[in-house]
Design a protein. Structure first.
Length: 199
């Protein structure tokens, strides 16, 4: 594998384990490195609010929608990249048109279902908006997971464009409303929260 990948330097985390049953240690790598012709660099343990930074802690944060903590661990906001695809266009009828995304990175963890404040990159242009991750329970009884973003001060057609979302803050969980009118009122509240956050 070393020859195939032409490994020169292997950078690993402080708690890295490898091999069957994760029995391989950093010490084992250090021992193998000289004979295999590569160097090993270990990233020291980092703490955020006295919690050791690890991929496990990042995943836990994202699964509960805590993108602020995930960003503190990562040193940057968590991102999702996808292509804009056709949706059912219901958002347009209530004054909140959204860009529906098909996520390109199928290996990426999708955060907890809910609404988020997000920065939106389209090419070299930057915008802000509200991201909704959920199953649209008010509109569909058994909907599939939908990822859509309402972009502030934006009215371009961008079907087929690649969009990167930087998740900045949690707004609320995804939930079912009694009517489309109730949903619209809540989205307006979400917008107020988003605008205040971005001030």
């Amino acid at each position: 594998m070393v020859e195939k990948l032409k490994t020169k330097v292997l950078i690993i985390g402080y708690d890295h384990r490898f091999g069957k049953n994760r029995e391989g240690s950093i010490e084992d790598l250090m021992k193998f490195a000289p004979e295999c012709g590569f160097e090993v660099e270990q990233i020291p343990e980092q703490d955020v609010n006295e919690i050791a930074v690890s991929s496990t802690q990042i995943r836990k944060s994202l699964k509960r929608g805590d993108v602020a903590t995930a960003a503190a661990f990562l040193g940057r906001p968590y991102t999702l990249t996808g292509t804009v695809v056709q949706g059912n266009k219901i958002g347009r009828t209530i004054g909140f048109p959204t860009a529906n995304l098909q996520i390109a990175e199928n290996y990426k963890l999708i955060p907890s279902e809910g609404v988020y404040v997000t920065k939106v990159d389209i090419g070299s242009d930057e915008f802000y908006g509200m991201l909704s991750i959920g199953r649209r329970p008010t509109l569909e009884s058994a909907g599939k997971l939908s990822i859509e973003v309402f972009i502030l001060d934006f009215n371009r057609e961008i079907y087929g464009s690649e969009v990167t979302l930087h998740l900045l803050a949690w707004v609320r969980e995804d939930r079912k409303f009694n009517s489309l009118e109730d949903l619209t009122r809540q989205i307006k509240n979400d917008l107020n929260f988003t605008l205040n956050y971005l001030k």
